[in-house]
Design a protein around this ligand. Sequence first.
Ligand code: 0RA
Length: 685
Amino acid sequence: MENKKTNLTENTYNEESIRVLEGLEAVRLRPAMYIGDTGERGLHHLINEVVDNSIDEALAGYCKNIIVTLHSDGACSIKDDGRGIPTGMHPVEKRSTLEVVLCTLHAGGKFDHNSYKVSGGLHGVGVSCVNALSSFFEATVEREGKIFQQSYSEGIPKGDVKIIGKSSKTGTTIKFIPDKTIFDTVEFKYSKVAERLRELAFLNPQVKITLRDEREEIEEVFHYKGGLKDFVNYVDASNTTISKPIIISGKDEETNTEVEICFQYNTGYNEVTLTYVNNIHTIEGGTHLSGFRGALTKTLNTYIEKNTKTKVSLIGEDFREGITAVISVKTPFPQFEGQTKTKLGNSEVETVVRQITSAKLQEYLDAYPSEAKIIIDKAVKAAEARLASKKARELVRRKNALESSTLPGKLADCSSNNPDECELYIVEGNSAGGSAKQGRDRRFQAILPLRGKVLNVQKANPTRILENEEIKMMITAIGAGFSTKPNYDDDDEENNNNDKEKEFDVDKTRYGKIIIMADADVDGAHIRTLLLTFFFNYMRDLITKGKLYIAQPPLYKIKYGKTEKYAYDEEQRQQIVNELRREKSGGKNVEVIESTEEENEITEETPEQPKRRDGIVISRFKGLGEMNPEQLWSTTMDPENRTLLKVTVEDANNAVILFQTLMGDSVPPRREFIERNAQYARLDI
Ligand code: 0RA
């Protein structure tokens, strides 16, 4: 507060601008209110916020290229070739419009007349929020033959807008360093940035987005001229597709709503439908999704009635088995609802999507009867399997009801009966399960060891999933039933109410926390992803109600004499080594010598024969099974010490996309892909 006042007087601001500064001050006081949180997600939100503004320029038809650079000094810059933020005198504020846009809360919207805007959407808080939360912020604008520049700190201009050169181009470059007093971490993750940029590139084929990481010297260009068709192919990359992609597009003039949809079928059983409104991922679906689903069911059923002799009666989910779809809607006044405000509420959009889909799909089926046949055959098979598996499901459910008192033999249950305090650890491997059973606090911690690989739920036939022993054990142990289809589509009521089965009831779970505990390696990441997919498909409310967690076992043990410490990543390992050295020198704050690469390399070291000059022994935990019960308790299970990662819907959704790309039929790219994303799987899911 103190130095901001100094700043104010220095810059001789009038009262009007003080009011404005108080606006941005609110952002610094309650950052989470504006950007969701101040963790990794909030941090990356800063980049997305700026990029969204460039995308808005693209939607308005002006911007074709966006370059995002992660600089070595911790800065991020976003350069676009849009019109450039206006720099002239603002008629009301009596200072440069550039300054007004970047230093006033919610100023952006007043100036532009685009009908569709990403920014200002979900968390759309404006670039000024990014400015407020940056220790350094610099805007460079090319416009009207000149290059303008202004810098800021914590949202306050460091001087006036300056003309620093000439240019015949137009565009905006924003460069900022996130304020480390606001964020838990200020390190941008390449994969997290790349994920959103790739998505935006699929959704906006007219834009070429380049991502450069100067820290690692990597560059990737995202430019997909095929748009949604490329997106669907990307998601379906390792599956065997059986139909050609169907592209549906249209515009409703009355509501000024644009619809673009692409979908295709694969040999699998899962439905993956990604939905977007004005480039915002609507994780909870909404009216665009139900409009599409309704039209798909109705149009295909009508086609069957007219053109085939099929006797089986088909319901919505039959037509969605093995479908991969992307729905992108652009509409001027989106209403976001739902728990995470990612569910589209506009009822007129449902009608528009329904009408456009019905008309275009009908045309397509009539034009390509052989494609129509592939889809109908697939749906009929799905219906037959559904009817057959209904018996199996009923059996599992009945058995479950009977056996709810007989918990699985492998489950080491806890003694407390109060679900709120109880935790279920689902542990990979029998030996780790053994350590967990011995190390746990049996009063409130239950252990369920799973052997081997859990069934690949994405690829497996629904009947086989429920016959799987590990899956059955999990269902019984959790004790709240299961849903056979994702239950976020509560508005898809047209057809399957007659087949309503008892759904997963999150209030009945026997544990307040379900914790997945797997190795911190590639195989562990694989198992985590498999389990996440299972929970996402069959017990989604565990995730939406925040009951699903991932345990984080340490990667390293650092030993010096009798002292043992644990590190969860390399940076922490080095930090601990440095601390131990300091301790060793009698607590004196000695200069810390960076250890050599060789010293840090951990091979077959033993306490007897330490490799390091300083006698510090570092060992890598290869798996949970290597830890003894006490170690497992103190590092990974003790509520006082452990770190649990809560699984969120967005995470689980990303896992599903990742999974769909991973678990298809084509095996070779898989390993490489998992390895590349091991970090992602370990930390972000
Ligand atoms: C206000 C008005 C106009 C454009 C922008 C802001 C703008 C903001 C950002 C942020 C990053 N890139 C951007 N590009 C443009 C309209 C400009 C006009 O009417 O000339």
